[in-house]
Design a protein around this ligand. Sequence first.
Ligand code: HEC
Length: 93
Amino acid sequence: MKNALKRGLFVFIAVLLVPVFTLAADPGLMAKGKAIYEQECQSCHLESGKGAGSIPDIRGLSARALAESKCGKVNKKPKEEVEALSAYLVSLK
Ligand code: HEC
């Protein structure tokens, strides 16, 4: 009985963790973010994401940092687009 409980808990935790890891490196999400970036961000933040002059480097920013930023181009976007953009920005070196 105790073992069955442990196994159940293990499966439960595993099921919870799977989406967390797949989301972290979802190629579809990254591709979507790249497409949005190229159309709506690249003109200012440059292809590299490094920016220049008064345009900040936005590589590696989390979805939360994007949503809370002052940049009107990103902080009003729907959550899924912000997450896609973040997945792409995290991939930039
Ligand atoms: C018209 C030019 C322009 C475009 C297009 C643009 N940005 Fe910006 N962005 C700026 C400028 C200028 C700043 C710095 C001043 C500010 O925070 O408003 C900035 C700041 C930011 C910041 C804050 C960075 C920090 O470290 O505080 C983030 C994040 C950001 N932009 C993301 C984006 C994303 C994502 C897109 C595309 C959806 C985008 N921006 C499109 C001009 C632009």
